[in-house]
Design a protein around this ligand. Structure first.
Ligand SMILES: C[S@@+](CC[C@H](N)C(=O)[O-])C[C@H]1O[C@@H](n2cnc3c(N)ncnc32)[C@H](O)[C@@H]1O
Length: 395
């Protein structure tokens, strides 16, 4: 990938931080024998993000949903991979992790009642202690007392969102920092995590033209996406200095663009004269400049791919400005709409008794959410995904 090395992307590395975890993956009667004999776990898109959280050396268990039998204890071998041409099950489950076992394979019947008695689900990610507990059960040993939070690590990866209301209480997740939560206007990392698992595959290229403290870079590298990030004032060496109105990438080279732009002049990012965050959201100039960014995003994005734009409204100097609607209007001049998500705002500087009291006294509202506007380059973006029989979908 010539342009990536020319912009210095290969310098970024996944930060290593290994805390051992346990993962239970499901199979059926049809797949059990193939998975056990090939010492491989395969999943489709719905559990791909969980599979990609596995690190070499983690504990793995296989749960047969048809028989309600649990097998183990296995150890992850190598790192997870993605191969759409994998010659097992005609490539329907392209995400894989190999495993090994030093002992004969153990099994326990009525696994669901074990999960119930431990108050866990097979979908949970287990701590090392939780994995050792399951290992002991498989080996017929007595188990010690425990508290649920000791055996399940529910902050290791964020949840995959399935509605258009997204909320997660923390800026980051897991054991490595994503971006810098002291950076003004830092993006909550779970947003980028959800976008890349929805709209890209491992190895694909993500671009963030207004990268700030680099949250997009950190999430992408951990999830094995290639990433190229720019900012008018780079805060770290893997962000390249560029104006988002003139992105130094070739046409149609990127699989996803994520933009968390300034929302007006409410936050002081830096003093650079080309910083769009100097322009107030009340002036048309603000939207005209951001429209130039949209045109660049359109140019660099491959056909059928997605741009996601995070933006919040403004209430300033007694005036409400529907920044989100205005940005949506401009975006849809170029792109086709895919969806609009409402992201709950957390940890706002204005979330204080002082500001809540001002909001009542002066009859205005504090901003409680942001828009995540998801748009696609050309119509084909909407047609992706499996056909659903909508008559079974009840609202
Ligand atoms: C909301 S912040 C991005 C936060 C970032 N996603 C993070 O998690 O840290 C907006 C960024 O846009 C950058 N910016 C403003 N004008 C720009 C321009 N013309 N070209 C590129 N970046 C620009 C600012 O420097 C700031 O870092």
């Amino acid at each position: 990938m010539g342009f990536l090395s020319s912009v210095g992307v290969e310098k970024s590395e996944v930060k290593k931080h290994f805390v051992r975890h346990g993962f239970i993956f499901a199979c059926t009667d049809k797949s059990e024998e193939t998975l056990l004999s090939n010492r491989i776990i395969l999943t489709g898109k719905n559990y791909a993000n969980k599979l990609f959280a596995v690190k070499e050396g983690d504990f793995i268990f296989l749960y047969n949903l048809d028989k309600d039998v649990l097998y183990g204890t296995f150890t992850a071998k190598g790192e997870p991979g993605y191969d759409k041409d994998i010659p097992i099950f005609e490539g329907r489950y392209p995400y894989y992790i190999r495993f090994e076992t030093t002992q004969t394979i153990k099994k326990v019947e009525k696994a669901s009642s074990i999960f119930r008695s431990l108050n866990i689900s097979w979908r949970d990610i287990l701590t090392e202690k939780g994995a050792l507990l399951i290992k002991n059960i498989l080996e017929g040993r007595a188990i010690n007392r425990f508290r649920k939070e000791e055996i399940v690590d529910d902050k290791y990866i964020p949840p995959m969102m399935t509605t258009t209301l997204w909320d997660y209480p923390y800026q980051s997740y897991g054991y490595t920092k994503k971006g810098n939560n002291k950076y003004p206007g830092v993006t909550p990392a779970f947003i980028i995590y959800n976008l890349i698992w929805r709209y890209t595959e491992p190895g694909e290229i993500v671009c963030d033209p207004m990268a700030g403290s680099g949250t997009t870079i950190d999430v992408c590298l951990e999830e094995r996406r290639r990433v190229v990030a720019f900012d008018i004032v780079p805060t770290r060496k893997d962000i390249i200095q560029a104006d988002a109105r003139n992105i130094p990438l070739k046409d149609e080279t990127v699989d996803l663009v994520f933009v968390d732009s300034p929302y007006g002049d409410n936050i002081k990012y830096n003093d650079h004269p080309l910083n769009i965050g100097h322009i107030p959201a009340s002036s048309e100039e603000f939207y005209e400049e951001l429209e130039k960014v949209m045109q660049e995003c359109y140019r660099i994005l491959k056909k059928g791919k997605v741009l996601a734009w995070l933006i919040g409204d403004q209430w300033a100097k007694g005036e409400y400005i529907p920044v989100g609607f205005k940005i949506y209007e401009r975006l849809t001049k170029y792109f086709s709409p895919v969806d609009v998500v409402c992201v709950v705002r957390r940890n706002q500087a204005s979330n204080t008794p002082f500001w809540h009291s001002k909001a009542l006294q002066h009859n205005f509202y504090l901003r409680g959410f942001k828009y995540l506007i998801i748009v696609g380059k050309d119509e084909s973006v909407k047609k992706k995904g499996t056909k659903i029989r909508w008559n079974f979908y009840e609202r």
